[in-house]
Ligand binder design. Sequence first.
Ligand code: NAP
Length: 245
Amino acid sequence: MSDDKVALVTGASRGIGAAIAERFAADGWDLTISSRGREALESRAAELSEMGAGRVEVIPADMTDGDAVAELATGHVEAFGRCDTLVINAGMGQKGAVADLPVRRFDRLYQVNVRAPYILLQTLLPTLRATAETNGVAKVIAIASITGVYPEPELSAYGSTKAALISLCETFNLEESRNGVSATTIAPGYVDTDMSDWLKEQIPGDEMITVGDVATIAHSVTQLSRYAVLPNVVLTRPGNNLHRA
Ligand SMILES: NC(=O)c1ccc[n+]([C@@H]2O[C@H](COP(=O)([O-])OP(=O)(O)OC[C@H]3O[C@@H](n4cnc5c(N)ncnc54)[C@H](OP(=O)(O)O)[C@@H]3O)[C@@H](O)[C@H]2O)c1
């Protein structure tokens, strides 16, 4: 049965974002879904509708393009006038030691993983505040990474974007949580998606965290009241490397 909520989910074409969108669809939510390719989003939208979603808007946007990111946020507001949950999930990985990783790759990581989230937060803030005022609460969920908390060799640039994202959301909470708007970062170790394909000869996909695990945490966050602020959730894999990705 619908509880009439509305969410914007970035990176919803596949992986973790698709799983989170599915979890919301099962509750009958209205959704804006975004990533770069319209075709993948259109077929995802049809699947989400079949799963029970209300209205599904498709707004493609490349997170490296600041104007497109702002237009995604304003497009969502024009479509729905409300945002109960903003899921900042679209992200990119990049492996390379400090000795080797070219600065242009470092810059691209920051555009997608830090700058775009900042633009989304800033552009959607008036709507998040208004939603919290009308409905009691609005939540932001940002997918960070365990490497943003516990550093991992050769993931310095990536890990530092995720540390920045965690810090951004914690400061956002200091500034906005009394308005009923709060952010939770989820910081998983390796999750079985396309992004972790490069590693699957060493760690089989079926030994990684599942997208459903991350979606379960995300969905739980949406059930919290305005009085519960959950800053960061670290999700790690079984075994004796507790704080390794
Ligand atoms: N997989 C892991 O092991 C893992 C672990 C910790 C954290 N994370 C984080 O979880 C989030 C989701 O990752 P995932 O594993 O689900 O990855 P994924 O399967 O590769 O999916 C990434 C999603 O982001 C979109 N995306 C990528 N670059 C984009 C860009 N420049 N502009 C707009 N959309 C873009 C992709 O769609 P298009 O390509 O169609 O645009 C896709 O929908 C990321 O922030 C990632 O850093 C992943």
